[in-house]
Design a protein around this ligand. Structure first.
Ligand SMILES: Cc1cc2nc3c(=O)[nH]c(=O)nc-3n(C[C@H](O)[C@H](O)[C@H](O)COP(=O)(O)OP(=O)(O)OC[C@H]3O[C@@H](n4cnc5c(N)ncnc54)[C@H](O)[C@@H]3O)c2cc1C
Length: 394
């Protein structure tokens, strides 16, 4: 028998961005909410996000910046809770922020302010919070969910899965959301690490030796392309352009890197006409970081003065440098992935409320769901928007 003290209107599992938002909103609507997390503090990923300043949203948020088996699913929630709504909340809490590149908004001070703000909202909604106790069995009978946590148990007619994805397990991330979803008959779209560095095999050793070199590039997989910085590492490729493209990349596929995104189509041939005595590797060195230029020139195999190099070879080099093919042999995996692509199948959920179509009263929000944003504040915007959508109806 569960005491009245342990009976709630809603239980939210996971006190990350999505769970905190959802619990606070429902609490402020007068619902009695219990928020449970096995970690000893709330919002751990928020604290480490954006280099400690939390890139909390992106002003260019639009559904086409999210990956999902159903690209329409995120539209409703993203359309009803927008970046300006979160900015208004941040402003109400007098948190100073600034816009960096590409519409990314960061705290001037610390990510801690965002966690503090969400905790204050939960306090306003009188949300009960249990931290540091593992969640055990979750059961459902007579339209009521029972959750065992530590040596306690609580019941509610509504249960929200907000335990995120398995990226960065050393921060407490687990696949618990998927286990729970499956327990209730919901499907899970195969989870894959995303926003993650890619690794290169022995065939690309030359590039692994460029560790620390970065350059602005266009990274492509199939029809998707990102123009941002790429960074060579001792294991392979990283930097924003690579993290972005990693979300689209599938094992075994090649990625294309355009090394000279600002050069006109016939740049090497034009340089040959204008400065025939210039050496090819010197020309490349004017356009790219020295070590990278040298490695690429070596690979292209063009040495000597431009005047002595046939146009046809220069054109072949131009084409290769505009779409350099790498075949990553893997990624750094969930240990280093900022997010997870895949997750609880959106076909099982209402896009308006995040409630399961199969099990009334069961909700899933945030990264646990098969909606994954680009790098740059999109993932938090999804956490806020999906948390808000569920928080409205609990
Ligand atoms: C290093 C890093 C930097 C990032 N930077 C940004 C950024 O600047 N901007 C951005 O938009 N996104 C960023 N992200 C992505 C962003 O952090 C996530 O998309 C977001 O936190 C997802 O929110 P969530 O609430 O769904 O899940 P989470 O934040 O992962 O929260 C899930 C919660 O559930 C708890 N939990 C897990 N398993 C269990 C269990 N079995 N029992 C009980 N509790 C459990 C966890 O402890 C956690 O508190 C970053 C991610 C990482 C790893």
């Amino acid at each position: 028998m569960i005491s009245k003290d342990r009976s709630f209107d809603a239980i939210v599992l996971g006190a990350g961005g999505a769970g905190l938002m959802c619990a606070g909103i429902a609490g402020e609507r007068g619902r009695r909410v219990l928020l449970i997390d096995h970690a000893d503090s709330a919002g751990k990923k928020i604290l480490i996000s954006g280099g400690g300043r939390c890139n909390f949203t992106n002003v260019h948020t639009a559904p086409d910046r999210f990956l999902s088996a159903n690209p329409h699913f995120a539209k409703s929630a993203l359309g009803r809770y927008r970046p300006e709504d979160f900015i208004a909340l941040v402003d109400r809490h007098r948190i100073a922020w600034h816009e960096k590149v590409l519409g990314q908004l960061f705290c001037d001070g610390s990510a801690r302010q965002i966690v503090h703000m969400l905790m204050e909202e939960c306090a306003r909604g009188q949300v009960r919070i249990s931290l540091g106790r593992p969640v055990g069995q979750v059961s459902h009978a007579d339209n009521c969910f029972t959750v065992r946590y530590g040596d306690e148990a609580a019941t509610a007619p509504a249960l929200v899965i907000a335990t995120g994805g398995p990226s960065i397990p050393k921060m407490g991330a687990t696949g618990f959301a998927y286990d729970l979803a499956r327990q209730f008959g919901l499907k899970v779209v195969e989870p894959r690490p995303a926003l993650v560095p890619l690794t290169l095999g022995d065939g690309d050793l030359l590039f692994r030796e460029l560790s620390g070199v970065s350059a602005e590039v266009i990274a492509r997989v199939r029809k998707t392309a990102f123009r941002e910085a790429a960074l060579f590492t001792h294991r392979g490729l990283s930097g924003p352009a690579i993290l972005q493209i990693s979300s689209y990349w599938r094992r075994g596929e090649e990625i294309g890197i355009g090394f000279l995104p600002d050069q006109a189509a016939d740049w090497a041939v034009a340089a040959k006409r204008a400065r025939p005595k210039t050496h090819f590797h010197t020309l490349l060195g004017e356009l790219l970081p020295g070590r990278l230029a040298e490695a690429l020139a070596k690979r292209v195999g063009l040495w000597g003065e431009l005047a002595n190099l046939p146009d046809e070879k220069l054109r072949a080099a131009q084409a290769r440098l505009a779409d350099w093919r790498f075949r990553p042999n893997g990624s750094e995996g969930f240990a280093k992935a900022e997010v997870t692509v895949g997750g609880i199948d959106t076909a099982s959920l209402s896009s308006r409320t995040m409630e399961s179509r199969r099990v009334p009263g069961l909700y899933a929000i945030g990264e646990a769901v098969d909606v994954t944003g680009w790098l740059g504040g999109y993932n938090f915007q999804w956490a806020w928007a999906s948390g808000w959508a569920a928080g409205q109806v609990l």
